[in-house]
Design a protein. Structure first.
Length: 208
């Protein structure tokens, strides 16, 4: 493709995102992005200094509400659990839409203004509910861990996948609970799995 006359952060992020979604996170490099943009690798260094900077641009791009990232307005959600659910579901939807980027959403979250704003919004919900100090920190980390861990688990071992089918076929005399649970799990849709698990996490946090 012809080289743009001037590269904006948005153009760089889109090119890097295209590379990641085509080749996976390990395929991202300055050369690959330069090729995507139709320019020389050394010319790309005029705009970004490293692969790490490209990763941060991608994370900021996919989390930008203007680009389909999570809206931070929780509207008329009543309880803090409802508000936290709204924010978690929206972040999960973005991560699910860009599964190849999911690992970067954690590793580069500190370098993304939109990631920081999402974190601030979630912490605001917890603070309004009376969470403070270590309790708020642990609650926040638990929600973040569940949201992004669920994305990776769905990628690596979906309930409708071969792994669940193999477990369901285990001999009942040796693994009765594993086999029975796997047979039930195959009927659960991914969105229902995520939302049900999130409710359990938030209910547990509320009880502490």
């Amino acid at each position: 493709m012809p080289r743009p006359r001037s590269l904006t952060p948005d153009l760089l992020a889109k090119a890097a995102l295209a590379v990641i979604e085509r080749e996976g996170p390990d395929g991202l490099s300055m050369r690959a992005v330069a090729d995507e943009l139709g320019m020389g690798t050394m010319s790309l260094y005029r705009y970004v200094q490293s692969r790490e900077q490209l990763e941060a641009l991608v994370v900021d791009h996919v989390l930008d509400p203007a680009q389909g990232g999570p809206d931070l307005d929780v509207g008329r959600a009543r309880s803090w659990v409802d508000k936290a659910t709204v924010l978690a579901v929206r972040a999960h939807a973005v991560a699910t839409a860009h599964p190849a980027v999911a690992p970067l959403l954690l590793s580069r979250r500190h370098a993304s203004i939109h990631s920081l704003r999402w974190g601030e919004a979630l912490l605001g919900v917890l603070a309004e509910a009376g969470f403070a100090g270590e309790r708020r920190a642990v609650a926040f980390r638990a929600i973040v861990a569940y949201v992004f861990g669920a994305v990776q688990l769905q990628q690596l071992g979906p309930l409708g996948g071969k792994g669940t089918a193999m477990i369901a076929a285990l001999p009942r005399e040796d693994f009765p609970l594993l086999a029975e649970t796997a047979r039930s799990a195959r009927k659960i849709a991914p969105d229902a799995e995520f939302l049900s698990g999130l409710r359990l996490v938030l209910r547990g946090i509320a009880a502490k």
